[in-house]
Design a protein around this ligand. Structure first.
Ligand code: OS5
Length: 233
């Protein structure tokens, strides 16, 4: 089983690359892909660049070009749920595109014909994350992640996303990766650690905490890969 491990920004994949035994760098479609081994498992690591289009391209490439059969995403997010503080972990149960809007035609926000408002993440991988959380003694919230091509730093936009999608956290790549994996029938898992609260301080907080929160997410994700390695998939 070859596993794709992706983030959006260099900060999100650097802690993962440091853990690989060795890797080979390949350029494809204007991006770099790191093919390596981790505890005997074949992995391909990449950061997509920011946003839904780049992340969809990278997820598709990891699956169709590099032959990955499972995709794990690690990164940071803005908190909506007040239970979430900086550094806390959230696992997506389902994801939605908060900036997808053809409501003028009578459709709900986040919906286009032949699509769905939410895409559900793989239940087995969510179960595995619960086991890892228990073993590590860390709390991980399961919740809804809303994705859009905007860095949210505004209470009004945050309220809209909270009320419309019942979202617990916001980011800019998860739902597009989810759409790709769902369409290509590849099990996927989206993990995020909180870097800010998507409020007026979000820009400052993001810059201060992106590295530390990205590492919290990456370390947890690699514990999940430890477990997957033990299963000899
Ligand atoms: O990937 C983007 C989404 N991430 C999650 C996130 C988020 N999303 C929406 N709203 C929030 N409040 C969120 N909080 C966390 C994080 C990331 C946000 S966009 C950050 C861009 C920062 C930046 N700009 N230039 N650089 C960094 C330097 C640079 C220069 C050249 C190449 C690469 C980086």
């Amino acid at each position: 089983m070859k596993i794709a491990i992706m983030g959006a920004m260099p900060e999100e994949v650097e802690p993962i690359l440091k853990k690989l035994d060795s890797y080979k760098t390949t350029e494809f479609a204007k991006n770099r892909y790191y093919e390596g081994k981790y505890k005997g498992v074949d992995v391909v690591v990449a950061y997509s660049k920011i946003g839904k289009v780049f992340s969809a391209l990278t997820a598709t490439t990891l699956i169709e070009h590099f032959g990955c059969e499972m995709l794990l995403f690690s990164g940071v997010a803005g908190a909506i749920n007040e239970k979430l503080s900086i550094g806390d972990l959230i696992v997506a149960t389902k994801l939605s595109q908060h900036d997808l809007d053809i409501t003028i035609f009578g459709h709900p926000y986040g919906f286009v014909p032949e699509g769905s408002v939410y895409v559900e993440a793989d239940k087995n991988l969510i179960e595995l994350s619960k086991k890892v959380a228990k073993d590590l003694g860390v709390e991980v919230l399961e919740g809804i992640i809303a994705t859009g091509d905007q860095f949210i730093a505004d209470e009004e936009k945050k309220e809209f996303i909270k009320n419309t999608f019942k979202a617990d956290a916001i980011e800019m790549e998860g739902a597009s990766v989810a759409v790709v994996c769902d369409a290509l029938k590849v099990p996927f898992f989206i993990l995020r650690s909180i870097s800010d609260a998507a409020d007026m301080d979000a820009g400052f907080n993001f810059e201060e905490f992106v590295e530390s929160s990205a590492k919290i997410s990456a370390d947890f994700l690699m514990k999940m890969v430890d477990e997957l390695a033990g299963k000899n998939l």
